[in-house]
Structures are given as C-alpha cells and as structure tokens.
Design a protein around this ligand. Structure first.
Ligand code: C2O
Ligand code: CU
Length: 619
C-alpha cells in the first residue's frame, strides 16, 4: 500500500548549501521522514530546527499507523539552474540541481515511490536518468534523451514518477544528454524496508563518496568541438571526491573532502563513480575495505585494500575504524585505471580520513598530523581489474537468490570498440588519417533520432525513426583482438533489437583492438544482468560457455568489458519498453557506442507498459 505522506503544508526545505560530512553524517535523522529538496534559501537554524521538530511529530503519526506496510511516496523538487562554482582557482558557471554541486541526495526505502518534479531554468535541453533503477513498467521515467523521452526544454518541467522495487543499496542519478552529467549528478540511497536489516553488521554511519571529473573549460564546448573536428576531446583537469579535488592539485588546498571517524566504529561508504570518462582505483591508506554490495545488490563480502569502480558502477564498502586514535591522518585516494590508446587525466584526487579525539580532548589545540599516502595500482593494471571483478559474487542465499536465467532463448554476440567515419568534404579531420573518431557496437555507430524511440515504439511510428534489424552478430568476422582489419569505418544508423516479453537473453560483448584495445564499462538500462563469464582474447563459443558461473555470478547494471577481452551476461527481458545500452565512458557514447533493446508488451495485464504521462516533454 502506498500512502502519500506529503502535502504542500509540510514540505521540508532542507538547507543543503554545502555537500558536507556533517550533513552526510546525519543520515539517520533524515531517514525518518520524506525529504524535500528545494532551491529556496536556507532558513535560520533555529527556525529550521523548530520546523524539523514539528515535522518529526507529524511524521511519526503516519509511520506508526502504517508500520506494517511502510512503502511511502517521497517527493523531491529539482530546479535545474546555473551556479557559479570555484575549483582549482577558477570560477565557472555550471549546470546544477537546486544550485548544489554535487547534486542533492535522494533517499528511499526499498518499495517506496519517488516523485521528482524537474523544472528546467537553463539554456540547455536536459533530461535526468535514475541510473540502475529498474523502472519496472515505468520506462517513461527512465530519462535518456531521445531514447525514452524528448529532453525537457528551457522553461518546461517533467515529473519523474517511479517505484524502487527489489533493490537496496546505492545508485545515482545524472543528466542524460550530451555531457551535462559532468556536473549534474547525485547519490540515490536505497535503504532496506523498515525493520529489514543489512546482511552485514549495522554500520555506525553511512557516507556517500561520489567521484567526479572536473574540467576548467566548458565541457559542452569541448565535446561539440571534438565531434566537429573528429578528434579526441580534451582530458579533464581533476578528479573529485564529493565535488572536491583535494590537496594534490594546485590551488585546491581548501577543497578537500574530510571524513571524520570515531575509533572502533564501522562506516558504510557508498562509493559512486560519476566521472565522465575514467574508471577509478580507490584506496584508503592503511585501512582495509570490505565490499558488501555492488550496483544495489548485496554481494558475498570480501576484503580488499583497493576497489575498482567504473563510471556507472556503485559499490558499498565497510570501513572499520582503528580501535585507537592514531597520530596520523589517512589519504583516501582515487586515480584512473586506463587501458585505451588515448591520452587520459593521470591525476589523483584525495580526501582525508581523520580520527575524532574523545569529546573532552576535541577542543584542545589541533596539531597538524602527517598524512599517510594511499597505495594504488599502476594505471594499466588489468590483472588487478580482472581479479577484482571476479571477486564480486551474488549472495545467492535463500533470502537474496541469484535468479540467473538457466535456459537461453536468444544469443547475441556484440563487438564493442572504436572505429572511424569519413571526413566531410572541404574539412580537415583530426582522427587517424584524416578521419573522424567513432565507436560502435557490431560496427553500427548509433545515431540519436530526433524523437524518442519509446514514443515511436509505443505509438507504432517507428518508420523513419529506427529499424529493428540491429545485427545479432558481427556482419564481418575478423580476429577481434588481433591485427585490426584494413577497413575500420563504422556505419551510422539507428537500429534496435526487438525482444518478445520474457525472452531470456545471453549476450557476449567482445572488445576489439581497432585503434586500440580498451576496457569499456557497458551499462544496460531497465535491467540487472548476471555477469556469467569473462576472459582475455577472443570469446570461444566452443569452450568458454562450459566455464560460465550460473550459481553466484555478480548481478549488476554496468560491467567492464575487459580490455582486449570479452564478457558474457544473461538477463531476462521482463520489462516492456525501450532500453538503452551504452558504454558509460561518455566520450565513447558520444562517438556512438550505444544501441537499444525494444522489449514488447506481454499478454498479461501487468506485462504492459502504461501510456506516457501527460507532461512527457515534446521535441
Ligand atoms: Cu548512467 Cu545511460 O546511464
Ligand atoms: Cu567505451
């Protein structure tokens, strides 16, 4: 049962001015009620406290009355607006939600409905995506521009309305058009149902750690110029932790994320990679992490000094603070795992882990403690990457089963990688041999249509928008990870795969060495899939399937196709709609490494996609 807990009179205007640990730390307080985020100026703290107190009383009533069926509707208001933000001694006008960078947190419990009213006040067209949310029969709320919706135009609004079903953990939301997600992103925290506990010790505090990427220059200009010239876009100037680059960069001494911990306590760090183009290694000096969750699915806990997290992935880790206050502080650092042929931002972002002295000592003179460095692998350590990804296993317990499809209805083999497009006449291009850089799936470089695929599909107007003949296998076979073929031109097209409802799919994704082998974090909208196998070199259909893990494979929404290797996934197409699949390295998506699956309605009443909401944006 769903109760709508909020009316216009009891909206909390939460004064999120800074993305600060103090606020992050107050999870427990926030969770009791629905949070409303707004762009209104902060209230005085006394007034705010009074409002909170009144609200907590208001909140307790419905919560007690409906304790048995706790699912509620949580309302958020997202105003897309410009905001001046200074990083690395340079002020920049960026697109934000409610003026915040990173954007506001969304908090829900499993089973809750989220209603997010988005109003666009900026000059750009914008759409928002709730990355990893399954969107069961709510494909109209998924968000990728020109796939499930036309973007929200300047001055227009759209209400994203969806329920979080069967997921708990960390996900994130981000803009899903062009490169706007560089600054438009924030965490989605999904708590277990009321009275349900974690399958690991209850942490003392929970802290989102969201990695980002920062450019001093305007990123919309960077990508549009790169697409014009055919060259690679400029690399970023810094990585960030919760929006802050940290002390390893010039002019960034004040912009450091600090995590204060109490000795002996356990903290749940909700790691999110919201960087645009880089997979990241993450480590905390002299501390061990226990991975407990990935992409909002519990995993078999394992200990590690270093985590690897690709753009689009989320990983929850437990951090146990040392039992005594040490006389040093500890670096929490992230830097890229990079395998491709292109230049990359080879810098390190650092936050600081500090121990709190007991309260009596806290006011004594603060000594400056030394900072212990974190050890991270070499930038191209693919052996580590392979090993780390293998360790991620589903719990596969009675309570949290791994429902791996055992039979397969349809098999697909997709090559993913780079390529080129011809240079337009009377132009010089900056790709190899005067071409334009491109990327493709099975040599099809996806061209964004000018109305949303889902609309075209739902209203039977596919003609002239997309065709349903996306190749199930490469049209030309070659040694994918050997010497590339002479002709590396891709084809521009808007093609989809159409699947009947409840088709069980096996998909092998094979990296190619065209222009250069590279790890590609592939993300599928609308589903979780099981990562049943991976390997180096070319996939061998005769030997490799026998080695698939159908017992406890990782269940995720984003998986790294190993550099010069392959990955095999399985999913059940039980969600009607149009579902985007793309590389989560934004530069590759821009170059066309994307495609879409159309899943038709089933026969049953609960197997059909409802019609679009009346405020669905128009193109
Ligand atoms: Cu995180 Cu299609 O996106
Ligand atoms: Cu890629």
């Amino acid at each position: 049962m769903t109760i709508s807990c909020i009316s216009n009179q009891n909206i909390v205007y939460y004064p999120f001015s800074q993305y600060h640990f103090r606020i992050l730390n107050s999870f427990k307080g926030n969770l009791k009620g629905t949070m409303m985020v707004s762009s209104l100026p902060p209230y005085s703290s006394a007034f705010f406290r009074a409002v909170l107190l009144a609200l907590s009383v208001l909140w307790l009533l419905p919560e007690m009355a409906f304790a048995k069926h706790a699912a509620i509707t949580r309302h958020y208001k997202f105003d897309i607006k410009m905001q001046n933000v200074t990083r690395l001694c340079q002020t920049k006008n960026i697109v934000t939600i409610n003026g915040q960078f990173p954007g506001p947190r969304i908090i829900a419990r499993e089973g809750d409905r989220l209603v997010v009213k988005v109003v666009n006040h900026v000059q750009y067209n914008v759409s928002l995506h709730w990355h990893g949310v399954r969107q069961l029969r709510s494909g109209w709320a998924d968000g990728p521009a020109y796939v499930t919706q036309c973007p929200i135009q300047t001055g227009q609004s759209y209400v994203y309305n969806f329920t979080v079903t069967g997921q708990r953990g960390t996900l994130f939301w981000h803009a899903h058009i062009s490169w706007l997600r560089v600054t438009v992103y924030g965490p989605i925290v999904i708590l277990p149902k009321r009275h349900a506990s974690y399958p690991f010790p209850q942490p003392f505090r929970e802290v989102p750690i969201i990695f980002g990427e920062w450019w001093k220059a305007d990123t919309e200009t960077i990508i549009s110029q790169a697409l014009q010239t055919g060259g690679a876009p400029n690399i970023s100037d810094a990585y960030t932790i919760n929006g802050l680059p940290g002390p390893s960069y010039n002019c960034s001494a004040k912009d450091i994320f600090k995590l204060k911990v109490k000795p002996g306590k356990t903290y749940l760090l909700r790691l999110i990679n919201a960087a645009l183009n880089d997979e990241l290694f993450f480590s905390i000096a002299n501390h061990t992490l226990t991975v407990v969750e990935a992409d909002a699915i519990y995993v078999k806990p394992f200990k590690t000094q270093i985590a690897l997290i690709s753009p689009g992935q989320t990983t929850n880790v437990l951090l146990r603070a040392k039992s005594k206050v040490p006389s040093t502080t500890f670096a929490m650092s992230a830097r890229p795992y990079a395998t491709g042929p292109a230049a990359f931002d080879n810098t390190t972002t650092t936050g600081i882990l500090e121990y709190e002295k007991s309260s009596s000592a806290s006011n004594s003179t603060i000594k400056k403690l030394p900072l212990l460095k974190a050890a991270l692998p070499k930038f191209n350590d693919s052996t580590f990457a392979m090993k780390f990804n293998k360790k991620i296993r589903s719990l596969a317990s009675a309570k949290f089963p791994a429902n791996v499809p055992k039979k397969v209805d349809r098999r697909f083999f997709f090559t993913v990688g780079l390529g080129t497009l011809p240079c337009p006449q009377n132009q010089a291009c900056q790709g190899p041999n005067n071409t334009k850089l491109a990327a493709s799936v099975n040599n099809v470089s996806f061209v964004q249509p000018n109305i949303a695929l889902l609309q075209a599909h739902f209203f039977n107007k596919a003609k002239g928008v997309f065709t349903s003949d996306f190749p199930a296998n490469p049209l030309i076979k070659f040694n994918y990870t050997g010497t590339p073929p002479r002709n590396i031109m891709v084809k521009n097209d808007t093609k989809v795969v159409v699947l009947p409802f409840n088709t069980s799919v096996e998909l092998v994704m094979q990296d190619t060495s065209i222009i250069g082998a590279e790890s590609h974090p592939l993300h599928l909208h609308g589903f979780n899939f099981f990562m049943v196998g991976q390997g180096i070199g070319n996939f061998n259909p005769n030997n490799d399937p026998a080695k698939f893990n159908l017992v406890d494979p990782a269940e995720r929404n984003t998986v790294g196709v190993p550099s010069g290797g392959w990955v095999a996934i399985r999913f059940l197409a039980d969600n009607p709609g149009v579902w985007f699949m793309h590389c989560h390295l934004e530069v590759h998506t821009s170059w066309g490494l994307k495609m879409a699956w159309v899943v038709n309605d089933g026969k049953g009443r609960k197997q059909k996609l409802p019609p679009p909401p009346s405020d669905l944006p128009k193109c």
